[in-house]
Ligand binder design. Structure first.
Ligand code: ADP
Length: 327
């Protein structure tokens, strides 16, 4: 069975961008693949953070992932910091990765422009990510569009390592991305992708009233100034959210109502709100259930780390042997 690996940072709440772009696919793919899903806490410390908050967010992230439908009977869910081989392999990959490749990563340029002093870890972030994926020799990585460049770097690292240390038969597969129909969810301000670090998110577990407060002022097609102005659905963020949350017949209806000015934007948002509630209410309810039984989260993560560690140890043994380290 092919393997998949994917990670998410516990740097804030799991938002609908993460859910639609990645975690929803984690749930679907766990049926067909041997799946490793990782809360990448070492990645989350590459920008300023509060230790107490990190602990809380890590637990909340695990709860959100489980509530979304990741099933610990099928998939391995674990914390990156619980498996030390991630950083061990990252060091090795650091010695193979060209500096120029890291400097030209869009996410590095973007995040470093928002930092006063730039930690080296922010630059080498994609190297740790390559280690995360290749440690499990994963073939497939379900991610959002923002990760495609990083994944290309993982492929480069795999190629370089294979060429140097395993030239006859590639030891590491070159992992491929698996994206969802919504690989890039925009924030409700319509200006940037929805991201934990930008504070423009709709939380997966947010109360309906809070979600509605965010939807009301959300940016739509700027050409619709008056209620009677017809709109262009494809340029509207709300329409794209309809495509993610509403059934196909509703999506068709929305497009007609928008382009004929049959509905005002607020009418359209009300329908979206109902669709979102339908999908998110059960997730929020499951999360509350899981939260009321915190010991199960710890047990799940511990069991996951054990399973992940067994695979990681074996990869590192082979890596070190091929690289000439004394046993
Ligand atoms: P964030 O940018 O919110 O910190 P992460 O870096 O932890 O998110 O990414 C977790 C997963 O969610 C990745 O697979 C990433 O591609 C996906 N993802 C993040 N933001 C979005 C978005 N706005 N739309 C679609 N997918 C996203």
């Amino acid at each position: 069975m092919s393997r998949i690996f994917s990670g998410i940072q516990p740097s804030g709440e799991l938002h609908i961008g993460n859910y639609l772009g990645a975690v929803k696919n984690w749930v679907a793919l766990q049926q067909r693949f041997e799946s490793f899903y990782c809360i990448v806490d070492y990645h989350a410390i590459t920008v300023e953070y509060e230790p107490a908050l990190l602990r809380e967010r890590t637990r909340d992230m695990a709860i959100s992932i489980l509530a979304s439908g990741v099933d610990p009977e099928r998939a391995v869910l674990f914390l990156q910091s619980a498996v030390p081989e991630h950083t061990e392999l990252a060091w090795i990959f650091n010695t193979l990765t060209p500096l120029g490749e890291l400097e030209r990563q869009t996410q590095f340029k973007d995040k470093s422009s928002r930092q006063e002093s730039i930690p080296v870890g922010l630059l080498t972030y994609p190297v740790l990510q390559a280690a995360d994926i290749l440690l499990y020799r994963a073939d497939l990585v379900p991610v959002g569009e923002d990760q495609l460049q990083h994944l290309e770097l993982s492929r480069l690292v795999a190629r370089k390592w294979n060429a140097r240390f395993s030239p006859e038969k590639p030891f590491f597969p070159e992992p491929k991305a698996e994206v969802t129909p919504t690989p890039r969810v925009m924030g409700l301000d319509g200006t940037a992708k929805m991201s934990k670090s930008l504070g423009n998110t709709v939380g997966l577990l947010e109360e309906p009233a809070a979600i509605w407060e965010k939807l009301k002022p959300a940016v739509t097609d700027p050409a619709r100034v008056r209620r009677t102005d017809p709109g262009t659905p494809e340029v509207c963020n709300i329409y794209h959210l309809h495509k993610a949350f509403s059934p196909p017949e509703t999506v068709k209806h929305v497009a007609v109502q928008c382009s004929t000015a049959g509905w005002g934007c607020i009418d359209c948002k009300k329908v979206l709100f109902e669709s979102m509630k339908k999908e998110l209410d059960p997730i929020r309810e499951r999360a509350a259930e899981i939260r009321s039984n915190p010991a199960t989260v710890d047990t799940t993560l511990r069991a996951g780390a054990e399973k992940a560690h067994a695979v990681a140890k074996e990869t590192m043994r082979e890596v070190k042997e091929r690289m000439g380290f004394a046993p």
